[in-house]
Ligand binder design. Structure first.
Ligand code: ADP
Ligand code: MG
Length: 372
């Protein structure tokens, strides 16, 4: 049995319903009448469009823009997502595949500028996570069968896993010169951007929206999202998916500029000989990570939130606060395999449970390690 990536329909709930008083209704009617008289369109409506990328439905919500600008924005984002999906796809032939082939030769080659930028970002996040987030382990992800639309349900031979773990592919093994020339000093390196490309894509898309003068928006990629501004002056209300059931486990409100990303063992998985294997691999063992069912991170930028959510999943129950601190993450929640909730004090302050967790532990953040 396989679990295909599913969009999470309830991830973004609309902001609280606005119940205007009588005076507000009169004012609203007046301003609408004025706008109509002037031939203007009321910009205070919600425009939404669903786009498909990164194996997921991305819902873009724009508030307070006119239809023409909204259409232009949707078109720009569709082009942007198509490009990123093609360029960074982990197993279809394309830019990343070519990069990996050349990396495997150990010879120098001119790196694609987009991939090089992601390598630089990925290397820094990988270092901060003590290598738990490691986009160089594409070989392991492929070995587990997750480089396929439908993974074949079988565990790889233990010896093959051990061999790849011993080869220790790391982002630091990719050397990049100032002119963009790349050389992989470890030929076991295979890039797989699956753990942070969605976050990076959302950051890039948000930049496009800002360039177009849009200040109130949510880009929701299957429950992982970045929100800027507000909806009608009210925070966007976000649901955090229950790792073992439909619907939300908790909700929180985001406003200003925040990203909320969750990694979970339920996104892609298969069952083989009565054991469930999921798609987040612990680079230290080469096996799917254990001890966490999901990890949720709130952070300013989506790239960091996405990478950190994966790193905290790998770190697992009890061990994740130290990794969060190293990544500069102060708002995080990990749901253990027994459905107990562990979270930082800052997360506890803003989260509201919509389903009863088995237990809740607030873990104080340890002092951050030395800055890189
Ligand atoms: P989700 O699918 O829940 O958003 P993630 O953001 O955690 O998951 O990304 C998981 C994907 O990242 C995997 O499918 C694989 O391609 C890749 N991956 C798996 N383990 C790691 C890891 N330890 N570090 C970096 N990338 C990983
Ligand atoms: Mg991730």
């Amino acid at each position: 049995m396989t679990g295909a990536p599913r969009p999470y329909p309830g991830a973004l709930f609309a902001g609280r319903r606005h119940l205007p008083g009588r005076r507000a209704v009169v004012l609203l009617a007046l301003s609408l009448a004025l706008m109509l008289a002037a031939g203007c369109e009321a910009p205070s409506q919600l425009h939404q469009r669903q786009l498909y990328t990164f194996g997921t439905l991305v819902e873009v919500s724009l508030w307070g823009v006119e239809t023409e600008l909204a259409e232009r924005a949707f078109e720009a984002l569709a082009g942007e997502f198509d490009y990123m999906n093609e360029a960074w796809h982990a197993w279809r032939p394309g830019t990343l595949g070519t990069f990996n082939e050349r990396c495997a030769t150990g010879e120098p080659f001119p790196g694609d500028a987009g991939v090089v930028e992601l390598v630089r970002l990925g290397a820094s996040l990988s270092r901060q996570s003590d290598g738990l987030f490691n986009p160089a382990i594409g070989g392991l992800v492929a070995l587990w069968g997750f480089h396929a639309d439908l993974p074949e349900p079988r565990a790889p031979p233990a010896a093959a896993i051990a061999e790849l773990v011993a080869a220790a592919p790391a982002m630091a093994d990719i050397h990049i010169d100032d002119d963009g020339t790349v050389r992989c000093v470890n030929t076991a390196v295979r890039l797989d951007f699956g753990a942070f490309a969605k976050g990076y894509g959302v950051d890039r898309a948000m930049e496009r929206l800002r360039d177009l003068g849009i200040d109130n928006a949510v880009i929701n990629a299957g429950g992982d999202l970045r929100a800027i501004g507000s909806k009608d002056g009210r925070p966007w209300r976000i649901g955090v998916r229950h790792p073992r059931g439909p619907g939300a486990l908790a909700r929180l409100e985001v406003a200003g500029d925040e990203s909320v990303f969750t990694s979970g063992d339920y996104e892609r998985w298969f069952e083989w000989q009565d054991t469930r294997y999921h798609h987040i691999i612990d680079p230290r063992t080469g096996w799917p990570s254990r001890g966490a069912a999901s990890a949720t991170v709130v952070h300013g930028d989506a790239t960091t939130a996405d990478a950190a959510a994966t790193a905290l999943m790998v770190a697992g129950a009890g061990a994740w606060p130290a990794v969060a601190a190293r990544l500069g993450v102060t708002e995080a929640m990990v749901i253990t395999a027994d459905l107990e909730v562990e979270m930082t004090p800052a997360m506890e302050r803003r989260l509201q449970f919509t389903a009863e967790p088995a237990a809740v532990r607030v873990l104080p953040a340890p002092a951050a390690g030395p800055a890189d």
